[in-house]
Design a protein around this ligand. Structure first.
Ligand SMILES: [Zn+2]
Length: 1023
């Protein structure tokens, strides 16, 4: 028999485009349209309804970037349309490309209740949703002229569209009209019959099934009279019916299809637009479920629900009902889909706590899966945190973007640094915006890596980012694909149903240990340095605010600021969204993030000051007491300005202080050796008896010898704190990527404009180095204080470079093949050689407060207070640690990082991992000199230095109990004795949501607990 398939496919393509699709709405009549153009930012419904509308004809351009237009639509359904399916069709000027990244609308009824979103492939409003029978139709549409600041998703060239201030005023769209239209049901179903069968026919290998599908399509087209499509569509369907009725093979791959809309909480639009995107999508989905009751729609990110609860009460009621019905399924149990590389340990815990608690309180739903399809790599602290928050499962997708290596499993157990495992699925369909096409389903089946022992995978379907989520077309496909010969079998169900079934059939799935490193987007550790610094600072201020507020509450009866802390936490958590903290958003988002961090920090400083004032009580005079929020006791020099504006006694720049862990100490007299400064032969030597550092005439470190080991941390013949400038031109994603070829070209910034001694002891030695290059200036102040083995580099960069990356290099005299980085609640060792493609791909890594390289009896730590990106390389006689300080990409924010940046990093020769851990807290939690009375004991102390208190706060249930979160930080086993600074009568182990797990024996304000390596333990201490 001759091959007619290609001929039939071409015939189908033309008939569909020219004859069948145009017959879908055979009867149409235009609605009357008037419009009001909002002069500024979006307004309320009441405001919009009261505005003056003017006639608005189809064909009229509208929509300067980021503007809003309200349409008022009126009309009536003709009497002879009664009983038929009638839609309102609104075309704002859509193109067929990328729903979610162009104009969008939200339809309201005449009472101001949101009815449904309007987006490119979902631009109808069923008349049945707004009027009965032939009642008059009245609708309002809030239309948003959202631009696409990254056309075609190419992160170049730079676009001015990412901020209203630079986007211009040219209209982006042309209004095409708003019509009432009758849908022909036979044509509607014929389109989907043909769609599903032709797609399947394309995917199948040559053989019986493929041949019979194409044969049937040909016969169906014969049955269609192209001059009378509406009259003959049903006859064509009848030809296809037997082919559509054939059931799936017994061995068909099982697809759990989950309706979804990945709505980035900010990205190529500001936060305010996300509120509207979520509103439109959730309105669309709840409406769609009335037509397709089998729909299950999974939505993550409590923040987006919270916005709707606050601003759209009628839609909120609809969502609550849909949740109760099982149509709308909260998933993920996180406040937002955060980045997981950069948030600190406590913040990552709070993402889970605030997210889960929101869903519990709002709906009584306990989510059991962490849902992070799109974040840029996954911290190995996450499995333990997920389980401690009551989650059993984890879903991601992003690792399929790896540039080099492929994760070998689709379904596996993911094991974190402490040994906790979480059952994990990475949908082999390789998208979280599926349309349920045969090509996608075939890809899911082909790429499913565990097909021997397992049978099922998950497919999230629906347009994200304002595209409206699932649409009618997808649900029609799903109905036909439930049980169809040649196709995977598609069942719509919730993620929890999928995970329970997948785990039951594959409980012995293979194990992936450690980091899920994304071999892409490595520049997100660095881009938007101010956002990174804002995050780090806010996290540490939150720690301080909670600790001192709890201390003031227990010791002085001061009111605990529950609401304010909750609000600030949620602001910080929202900013950790996976396009905000990583720096991959437009200028508007980055500007708002910088402003938000300033407000957050001001509010937290205020909360800390209020607690300090309460602790000062009625003490007659300021005693210059010192607050230490770090988890270890410290004796050190305090330098610089003090929190509540008090000067040091006698106006010194520096003073000696002693303070207990998490407690209140005092300024005092220093009796140890001073730090001295000596200059000779153009070199400056600073020495405090613990550390001797030599700075040359270029302002570079030629030697750093610690007294304990006598070894020089700087590799022989090399120089430390060498600033290096590389051209930074990634192949694709400017804000996201640093590509390996950046290393091929480098400029060493060795020339110093000045090297000046600015403090010469006895407590503080400081040398200032100024470097000028291009239009940029870097001012660095080296600092060594008496009694400290840490050498600080305070840095101010006036950064005016374009497409360059700045690194600070420390060539260290250490022989090793691995580097240890602090992560959340512990640390992670990574190979630094390039033996395998996996090692080679990890050429840029993230770390939190420190990175350590060492030999068994000697090591060096490089610490920081705002930097996450690093690289570590090996050379003869040296291991070079570099901090990635600042970049200058052009897209999607053309002015990224053009700013004055302030941060500090530090070198600690002779440090072990345990020293690095202690010092990382100190650098990020400087002592505060305050007038507090010093008589109050720390609320809690841990006797074992490796068991670290990460958070002290009052319980969220407002019982007044103290919550203490601890972890074992060395990767060792430890028993510790906790001592409470208040009359503790009971202690219990609780989960992250502070729910009871187990009792702990308590005696005389003490409790003993044992921890396994990197274990996190949360305790509730009751007075
Ligand atoms: Zn995303």
């Amino acid at each position: 028999m001759h091959d007619r398939e290609r001929h039939t496919a071409a015939r189908l393509e033309r008939v569909l485009a020219q004859r069948i699709r145009p017959a879908l709405y055979p009867l149409r009549r235009p609605l009357a349209v008037t419009a009001w153009h909002v002069p500024g930012e979006p307004v309320t419904v009441d405001h919009a309804f009261a505005a003056d509308y003017e006639p608005f004809d189809p064909g009229t351009p509208w929509g300067p970037p980021w503007s809003t237009m309200w349409l008022h639509l009126t009309g009536a359904v003709p009497a002879d349309w009664a009983g038929r399916h009638v839609d309102v069709l609104v075309d704002l000027g859509f193109t067929d490309a990328w729903p979610g990244f162009q104009a969008e609308g939200l339809a309201f009824d005449a009472l101001g209740v949101p009815v449904k979103g309007i987006s490119p492939r979902n631009h109808h409003v069923p008349v049945a949703a707004v009027a009965a029978g032939t009642e008059p139709i009245e609708l309002f549409v809030e239309a948003a002229a959202n631009p696409m600041p990254m056309p075609g998703f190419r992160a170049w060239p730079p676009s001015p569209l990412g901020d209203r201030a630079t986007a211009g005023t040219e209209p982006l769209y042309r209004f095409e009209g708003a019509d009432l239209a009758v849908r022909d049901e036979a044509v509607w179903h014929l389109i989907h019959d043909l769609d599903v069968l032709s797609q399947l026919g394309d995917q199948l290998p040559p053989g019986q099934r493929r041949a019979e599908i194409w044969y049937a399509i040909g016969r169906a087209l014969d049955a269609l009279d192209l001059h009378a499509v509406n009259a003959t569509a049903q006859a064509a369907r009848e030809v296809l019916a037997p082919v559509l009725a054939r059931p799936a093979h017994a061995s068909a791959h099982l697809i759990s299809a989950v309706g979804h809309a990945h709505i980035d909480t900010a990205w190529l639009w500001p936060l305010r637009e996300t509120v509207r995107k979520a509103t439109r999508t959730f309105a669309t989905v709840t409406q769609l479920a009335t037509e397709y009751p089998e729909l299950v729609f999974a939505a993550s990110q409590a923040q987006q629900y919270a916005w709707i609860r606050e601003r759209r009460p009628q839609l909120w009621q609809r969502i609550a009902k849909a949740v109760a019905d099982g149509t709308f399924v909260p998933v993920g149990g996180m406040w937002v889909e955060s980045d997981t590389n950069l948030p600190g340990g406590e913040a990552l815990a709070r993402q889970l706590i605030h997210g889960k608690r929101f869903f519990l309180e709002a709906f009584g739903v306990e989510t059991r899966e962490v849902w992070l399809p799109d974040s840029f790599g996954y911290s190995p602290a996450l499995p333990q945190l997920a389980r401690l928050a009551g989650n059993d499962w984890f879903l991601t997708q992003k690792l399929s973007w790896n540039a080099v290596n492929r994760i070998p499993h689709s379904t596996f157990w993911w094991e974190g640094i402490d040994g906790t495992r979480v059952f994990t699925h990475m949908p082999p369909v390789d998208t979280y915006n599926a349309e349920l096409t045969a090509a996608e389903l075939n890809r899911a089946q082909t790429q499913f890596a565990d097909a021997g022992p397992a049978t099922m995978s998950l497919v999230p379907f629906g347009y994200g980012d304002g595209g409206g989520g699932p649409n009618r077309d997808m649900l029609e496909r799903a109905r036909r694909l439930r049980d169809l010969d040649g196709s995977p079998a598609v069942t719509i169900r919730s993620p929890a149903e999928f995970f329970a079934a997948a785990q039951a059939e594959y409980a012995d799935a293979p194990v992936w240990v450690g980091e899920l490193y994304l071999e892409l987007h490595r520049a997100t550790y660095t881009t938007q340095a101010k956002t990174k610094a804002g995050n780090r600072r806010s996290e540490h201020l939150l720690r301080e605010a909670e600790l001192w507020a709890a201390t003031a509450a227990l010791h002085r009866g001061a009111p605990y600021p529950y609401e304010r802390l909750e609000r600030v936490w949620q602001q910080v958590l929202t900013l950790q969204f996976h396009d905000i903290l990583p720096g991959s958003s437009i200028a508007w988002v980055n500007r708002e993030a910088r402003e938000a961090y300033e407000h957050i920090q001001a509010e937290l400083e205020e909360l800390i000051a209020e607690a300090a004032t309460a602790l000062r009580g009625s003490a007659p005079s300021a005693s210059n007491a010192v607050l230490n929020a770090a988890p270890h006791a410290r004796d050190e020099v305090v330098v610089g300005a003090f929190a509540d504006g008090q000067a040091l006694p006698d106006g010194r720049h520096a003073a000696w202080a002693s303070a207990p862990a998490l407690g209140i100490g005092a300024l005092g007299a220093y009796s140890g050796p001073p730090v001295t400064v000596a200059s000779a032969d153009g070199r400056t030597t600073v020495d405090n008896g613990l550390l001797r550092v030599v700075i040359d005439g270029d302002g570079l470190i030629t030697s750093a010898v610690d007294a304990r080991s006598g070894r020089d941390a700087i590799a022989a013949g090399q120089r430390g704190n060498l600033l290096q400038l590389h051209p930074d031109h990634p192949n694709n994603w400017d804000a996201w990527d640093i590509d390996p070829h950046y290393r091929n070209t480098v400029t060493d910034l060795t020339a110093a404009q000045s090297v000046t001694v600015v403090a010469d002891g006895p407590l503080l030695a400081a040398v200032e180095v100024v470097r000028v290059f291009g239009a940029s200036t870097i001012t660095q102040t080296y600092r060594l204080t008496a009694g400290s083995a840490r050498f600080d580099v305070e840095t101010v960069v006036d950064w005016r470079e374009s497409e360059k990356v700045l690194k600070a290099a420390f060539p260290l005299g250490v022989h090793t093949d691995q580097a240890t980085a602090e992560i959340q609640f512990g640390h992670l060792r990574r190979p630094i050689h390039t033996n395998t493609s996996w090692d080679d791909a990890r050429f840029e890594i993230w770390a939190h407060r420190w990175l350590h390289v060492g030999e068994p009896s000697y090591g060096v730590a490089v610490l920081n207070d705002a930097t996450y990106g690093h690289d570590v390389t090996r050379g003869p006689g040296a291991t070079t640690v570099r901090l990635t300080l600042v970049r200058a990409p052009h897209s999607p924010d053309p002015q990224a990082d053009q700013d004055v940046h302030r941060f500090a990093y530090a070198l600690m020769p002779g440090a072990g991992v345990a020293d690095a851990t202690v010092e990382g807290y100190r650098l990020n939690l400087p002592l505060r000199v305050t007038g507090a009375e010093s008589a109050y004991p720390s609320l809690v102390t841990s006797s074992h230095p490796g068991v670290i208190v990460e958070a002290v706060k009052l319980a969220d249930d407002r019982s007044g109990d103290v919550i203490v979160r601890l972890y074992e930080a060395r990767g060792d086993r430890a028993e510790t004795r906790l001592t409470a600074g208040f009359p503790m009568r009971a202690a219990t182990i609780v989960d992250l949501l502070e729910r009871h797990v187990a009792e702990v024996a308590v005696g005389d304000r003490e409790a003993a607990v044992a921890l396994r390596p990197f274990q996190i333990l949360t305790l509730r201490l009751s007075a």
